[in-house]
Design a protein around this ligand. Structure first.
Ligand code: ADP
Ligand code: MG
Length: 663
């Protein structure tokens, strides 16, 4: 339903709401509060003068009103709370005078000035509830919490038909309230129990739909025929024997699983979970080789241009002795250049194409695509991945996803339940542990000295500051100041650059290229560098305000160094040297261990980069906080699906329609 059905919601406000992804009345209804202010009554002698309170009081004097101007009046009286008498001042409420008789019970809302013994009220209420709960929404410039509340309450009055996607058996089993009530109550709870009941319903529903989708896809995938591939395994063994390093056990195991998948008649649908630096790329390369040897084209998609280029260069390098035709396609190519690639792909003149989202263009048609690899899969949504999949020969191409989200295995099997999962836990042997140190902000000198030491060895350094992304001039200044300080410390002899979100893509790419080629020695940046970039010569990462980052991010950041056999260092700078998370980082380099810890600390927050995935942006559920419900939803949806009883009924159809809509 169109937003203009809401009273006083004009085109200007609509634009503002669009910014926070509200486009329809339905979107308004499911724009849930992110927290509640629970207003409890206080006694007048307990309040903090700066805050507003609800004070239960009795009127103990006559009420005086003075009219200061037309439409501006001031009312005063004496009230009593908990045996204390105080003055009350309130403006423009003269119309309440007739209700304020002596001994009347009222609730005053406002702030208390102790010195003047005066309470400046913003409002007076007569119906005395036990506590008041106020829904608080994420807002954007130009919209206030009160207007958001009003829009939502108006939307509720429109009686939009609301679908409940929880099968009746589970609504009964868990005594879930009905969906309509849940939506009403989540916006207007009368008490804590209302919040709990409405959240439970909406969280369960969201996770049920998600797990239903996963299980549904799984059942379909099982049935999908694939391309049965035949290739000479000796060639692959020769290739492996010529590598300059020995594969780790988990790399070997994973390669075997992939080769078996390729030979099988069913379609491969496999996810490789490996920590940063665990060597996933070589595994992907073997898959591409086997696919090529079977006579098919291969596609390798990466989330950024830099990563795509990196893979392209690796492939050229690894396949230099083979007659494999490889090219790369990214957004920065001209139309002409792209068209040339389209032509070559269509005519089977290219064997392997690497690229960014540019691979998804509908003009790009393969001759016989047999394998699709998606790097950093969590950065792409399901629909994007499907787009590529549909380009496969007979829609049957094998699919491989690479992910640097080392999450606990049982957990992976739940949220990625539609895929087969391989884990690469072992790290290449030559790899040294990254020495990690938590440093008090005050001891920054120690860090600068260490940086200088590394620079003298001709190594490079990442510096990360969370401040840059916060948009404020002042923050950018503080980073510039940091650069100045470093320039002084290093005698202006070290090329230092700042990379931040406000720069144009081209400028960012140039900085990254210059860092990669060694022209820049110290790169100060935000978490932009989080994604897979490989700079083996970088031996140190310094993270400022480290306590602000979650374990997942810290681990990903640290993974930017230690990518060769030089000893690497990670310095975590903070005011809060006793921070639990930072201690975990000091203790371990093992992503799977750190993710277990992250999981144990549970609560809010992201589970190791999983949040970023396009298909897991839940409106209310948090798969880490709500993991028990997630497991239950997994079991329930499996049962529901396999029972088959519901097929053909309208409820089931609605559910299928719903999951087809989801990205
Ligand atoms: P990620 O899993 O993070 O994508 P990469 O595949 O980029 O990691 O590998 C990181 C580095 O480790 C690369 O330079 C790669 O050549 C190297 N590498 C991969 N496997 C091994 C191994 N078994 N022994 C030594 N070095 C390896
Ligand atoms: Mg990688």
């Amino acid at each position: 339903m169109n937003l203009n059905l809401i009273d006083k919601l004009g085109p200007k406000t609509e634009k503002i709401l669009n910014k926070i992804n509200i486009f329809t009345v339905e979107d308004l209804l499911t724009y849930y509060p992110y927290k509640y202010n629970i207003i409890k009554f206080k006694n007048i002698n307990e309040v903090d003068e700066n805050l507003s309170y609800y004070i239960k009081s009795i009127v103990v004097s006559d009420v005086k009103v003075s009219y200061i101007k037309k439409n501006f009046n001031r009312m005063t009286f004496i009230a009593r709370n908990n045996g204390n008498d105080f003055n009350v001042v309130i403006f423009n409420r003269a119309f309440l005078k007739k209700n304020l008789t002596i001994n009347k019970n009222i609730v005053l809302i406002g702030k208390y000035n102790k010195l003047k013994n005066t309470f400046v009220a913003s409002d007076i209420k007569f119906n005395i509830e036990e506590e008041k709960i106020e829904a608080i929404y994420h807002l954007t410039e130009g919209i206030k919490n009160d207007s958001m509340k009003r829009f939502i309450n108006d939307a509720l009055k429109l009686k939009v038909p609301i679908n409940d996607y929880v099968p009746e058996i589970y609504n009964e089993k868990y005594k879930l309230i009905n969906k309509e009530d849940a939506i009403k109550l989540i916006h207007n709870p009368n008490n804590i129990n209302d919040i709990k009941m409405s959240e439970l319903k909406l969280i369960y529903e969201e996770l049920f739909i998600y797990m239903f989708k996963i299980n549904y896809l799984k059942s379909i995938n099982k049935k999908t025929k694939g391309l049965k591939k035949e290739f000479d395994e000796n060639i692959i063994h020769d290739f492996l024997n010529n590598l300059s390093f020995k594969l780790t056990t988990d790399q070997e195991k994973t390669i075997k699983e992939i080769l078996d998948d390729l030979k099988r008649e069913t379609r491969m649908n496999r996810l490789i979970l490996g920590d940063v630096g665990s060597g996933k790329t070589i595994v992907a390369i073997i898959a591409l080789l086997a696919n090529y040897l079977s006579g098919y084209q291969g596609a390798f998609m990466a989330p950024t241009e830099i990563l795509a280029k990196q893979h392209y260069e690796s492939l050229l390098n690894y396949f230099s002795d083979y007659n494999i035709k490889i090219d790369i396609i990214t957004g920065s190519l001209t139309k002409k250049e792209k068209e040339k690639i389209y032509q070559r792909l269509k005519n089977n003149e290219l064997d392997i194409i690497i690229g960014t989202h540019a691979l998804l263009s509908e003009n790009l048609i393969f001759n016989n695509l047999g394998l699709i690899i998606t790097d950093e899969q969590h950065r792409f949504g399901v629909n994007q991945r499907n787009l590529l999949q549909n380009k496969g020969a007979h829609g049957q191409a094998d699919v491989l996803y690479l992910s640097a989200t080392p999450i606990p295995r049982t957990y992976a099997l739940t949220i990625y339940g539609d895929l087969d999962v391989s884990q690469i836990k072992t790290k290449p042997n030559s790899r040294k542990e990254i020495k990690t140190k938590v440093i008090n902000e005050k001891n920054i000198k120690e860090v600068l000295l260490k940086m200088l030491e590394e620079l003298k060895l001709n190594h490079q350094i990442f510096v990360v500051s969370p401040l840059i992304e916060q948009n404020e001039e002042i923050d950018l200044n503080s980073v510039k100041l940091l650069k100045e300080k470093m320039n002084i410390a290093f005698n202006n002899k070290v090329p230092i650059e700042i990379l931040h979100g406000k720069l144009k893509q081209q400028e960012k790419d140039k900085l990254m290229n210059d860092f990669q080629s060694g022209k820049i020695k110290v790169l100060i940046s935000t978490t932009v560098i989080e994604v897979g970039i490989n700079i083996p010569n970088a031996s140190m990462i310094v993270v400022f305000n480290a306590e602000r980052f979650g374990l997942a991010t810290l681990h990903q950041l640290r993974g930017r160094v230690g990518r060769s056999d030089i000893q690497s260092y990670c310095y975590l700078i903070t005011k809060d040297v006793n921070n639990e998370r930072l201690k975990v980082m000091e203790d371990s380099n093992d992503g799977f261990y750190i993710s277990e810890k992250d999981f144990e600390q549970r609560g809010q927050g992201d589970l190791f980069g999983v949040k970023q995935s396009g298909d897991m942006t839940f409106k209310i559920a948090n798969i880490k906080r709500d993991y028990k419900i997630l497991y239950q939803a997994k079991i329930d949806s499996e049962k529901y699906l396999s029972s088959g009883l519901f097929k053909g009924n309208s409820f089931y159809e609605k559910l299928i329609e719903k999951i087809n809509f989801l990205d």
